[in-house]
Design a protein around this ligand. Structure first.
Ligand SMILES: NC(=O)c1ccc[n+]([C@@H]2O[C@H](COP(=O)([O-])OP(=O)(O)OC[C@H]3O[C@@H](n4cnc5c(N)ncnc54)[C@H](OP(=O)(O)O)[C@@H]3O)[C@@H](O)[C@H]2O)c1
Length: 283
């Protein structure tokens, strides 16, 4: 229920129809008893400036930003947090009395599931498959936490470009898919940052099952379905698995903390995960 004190939050992107952000944020806001409302806004690229003027004019408290606006929004904001500045991408806008501050909680959200499992990252080797926005966030976070990163991408030139961009943060190399077996033998962590295995292509996997083993942590950023073929095969072969829904919930929790000042803990995250899994189904 809303009243005259209800504050507005939302998501801008295109498309936004299937976003999990509304059920996630609405669930956590209700759980914490916070008087906010979260809506989605499909915003075309050429309307981005007008949308932000609307945020200022209407006093909208904050927005999530998704594809294709995460980079385009950067020059339109008043300030950036150091993470957003370093990533050149914003997924959270906070309206501080008319001053729009861009933040990036994807890296933090990516690391949190590893942190709660006590996974050490310092000087550990990680293989990230993919070289798009999610791979950039994961690799950036891993390098900042002291890990060594190998980027493996279908289009190797894109992996090389990303590796060059991140190289000031720590040891990062780019490789083509044939290097995957050798790289995985020496790695502790595998991250899938491609959409391979996402619904409706649930029979596909980015990494052959023979390369998965006990002692490897397999983290799939795909969250629909919650358990991908990659994760099911990794689990069957004795690997520790982490699904993309966890990153999604943690980056959302951090955004809510920025907007509302409330704190959300592991119990809230577990409840939100159950809520979202229930909506997505298991398969
Ligand atoms: N859990 C979360 O919170 C979260 C957050 C962000 C994204 N994600 C998920 O992460 C995935 C990637 O998102 P993104 O934003 O990084 O996308 P993106 O910027 O479009 O990048 C996609 C990457 O996947 C590769 N790729 C695409 N199809 C492939 C295929 N059939 N075989 C091999 N490689 C393929 C692309 O390779 P090329 O360079 O060769 O095209 C590219 O490197 C999506 O499933 C998204 O839902 C999850």
């Amino acid at each position: 229920m809303t009243d005259s004190r209800t504050r507005l939050l939302g998501l801008i992107g295109d498309p936004v129809e299937h976003s999990l952000s509304p059920p996630l944020h609405s669930f956590l806001l209700a759980r914490a008893g916070l008087n906010y409302c979260y809506l989605v806004f499909r915003v075309k690229r050429d309307a981005l400036g007008a949308a932000l003027a609307g945020v200022r004019a209407l006093g909208i408290r904050g927005l999530n930003v998704t594809i294709p606006h995460k980079e385009a929004v950067v020059p339109l904001l008043d300030e950036l947090t150091p993470e957003a500045e370093a990533m050149g991408a914003v997924n959270v806008i906070s309206n501080e009395e008319g001053v729009l501050i861009g933040a990036n909680t994807d890296g933090w959200g990516f690391l949190k599931p590893l942190e709660v499992r006590g996974v050490p990252l310092l000087e550990r080797r990680a293989v990230v498959v993919g070289a798009g926005g999610a791979a950039a966030a994961a690799a950036h976070a891993l390098l900042s936490a002291g890990a060594e990163v190998a980027l493996v991408n279908r289009t190797p030139a894109r992996a090389r470009a990303l590796a060059r961009r991140l190289s000031r943060l720590g040891p990062v190399e780019a490789a083509a898919p044939p290097a995957l077996p050798a790289l995985l033998r020496g790695a502790e962590l595998l991250v899938n940052a491609t959409p391979v295995g996402m619904r409706p292509h649930v029979g596909e996997t980015p990494v052959p099952r023979e390369l998965l083993r006990e002692g490897l942590i397999v983290y799939d950023l795909v969250y629909n379905p919650p358990e991908t073929r990659l994760l099911a095969e990794a689990r069957a072969r004795g690997a520790v698995t982490i699904g993309g829904l966890e990153m999604l919930v943690w980056q959302g929790v951090k955004a809510l903390e920025i907007w509302t000042g409330a704190h959300f803990g592991e119990g809230d995250v577990r409840a939100a995960l159950d809520h979202l899994r229930g909506g997505l189904g298991d398969g």
